[in-house]
Design a protein around this ligand. Structure first.
Ligand SMILES: [Zn+2]
Length: 270
């Protein structure tokens, strides 16, 4: 078949297949092309021969071909799957701020199965709801499961945002508040003064800080959270490779230190 005939065939199919079906077909096609047994994405649940490289210089085994999740999303996806029975509860509310499409699909599905209310939003008009993390339009103690990924490091007032998340969380709630890989300097590196400073330190004008692990924990604890971690390092090496996990750590805040998920995370570390 010539290139011209292929283009014509694609255009004909496009005109008769609705967009929603085309997305599914594209997904199936991608799954088929990259199918294999050596990799498993815990977000979209696909099996693949590899993850694709990403970044400059390219990091190998970085992005899922099918759902485009990166390693931090896959660790979060794995957490939501492993503790699903304790996190997703009928008639409770899950809030996902600044949603990543692939994790949003997973959380929406898990909430639907459990009969839980899934609310999604962010700072801007592109979202279903407007959520300013420093001034959440949610009642006190109304949220059972809260998730945001890589947002706090892009806020000037991160402590205010952490306090807001604590305020809206129910006494038995769980807040998964993910930040990027940790700084290896003795203390958190911040650039609050100017865009130039942020570009110089982080190569990104939207990033205000890179936390150390200890400082990030202390900022969460100062708001009242009991903090546990879900650490990629707690998995055997072959499992980490299979899921394309590197050195990610997920910090999870609880109001109740005896929450069953907190207890399970402590047990995992032992
Ligand atoms: Zn995936």
């Amino acid at each position: 078949m010539t290139r011209g005939m292929l283009t014509l065939l694609k255009q004909s199919l496009k005109s008769v297949i609705p967009e929603s079906y085309r997305k599914t077909l594209r997904r199936w096609g991608t799954q088929a092309v990259h199918f294999g047994w050596s990799r498993h994405c815990p977000v979209c649940n696909c099996r693949a021969s590899s993850f694709r490289p990403h970044g400059d210089p390219p990091e190998p085994d970085a992005v899922c071909h099918v759902c485009l999740s990166k390693a931090p999303h896959r660790l979060a996806g794995l957490f939501f799957r492993n503790f699903a029975d304790k996190l997703f509860q009928r008639n409770e509310t899950c809030v996902h701020v600044a949603p990543e499409p692939e994790l949003s699909r997973q959380l929406r599905r898990q909430c639907h199965v459990a009969g839980m209310n899934y609310r999604v939003g962010g700072f801007g008009t592109n979202y279903a709801e407007f959520f300013d993390l420093t001034n959440l339009s949610l009642p006190n103690q109304s949220v059972s499961l809260f998730y945001c990924c890589h947002v706090l490091n892009a806020l000037i007032e991160d402590r205010k945002a952490i306090s807001e998340i604590f305020r809206v969380l129910k006494p038995e709630g769980v807040a998964v508040i993910q930040v990027p890989a940790f700084c290896t300097e003795p203390t958190t590196v911040e650039a609050l003064e100017s865009e130039d400073e942020r570009i110089q330190k982080f190569h990104d004008p939207a990033i205000y800080r890179c936390y150390t692990d200890a400082d990030y924990r202390s900022r969460l604890q100062a708001a009242g959270f009991h903090v546990e971690v879900f650490d990629a390092a707690s998995f055997p090496e072959d499992e980490r490779i299979r899921m394309g996990l590197h050195g990610e750590v997920l910090h999870i805040g609880f109001r109740n230190a005896e929450h069953p998920v907190a207890a399970a995370l402590r047990a995992l570390r032992q």
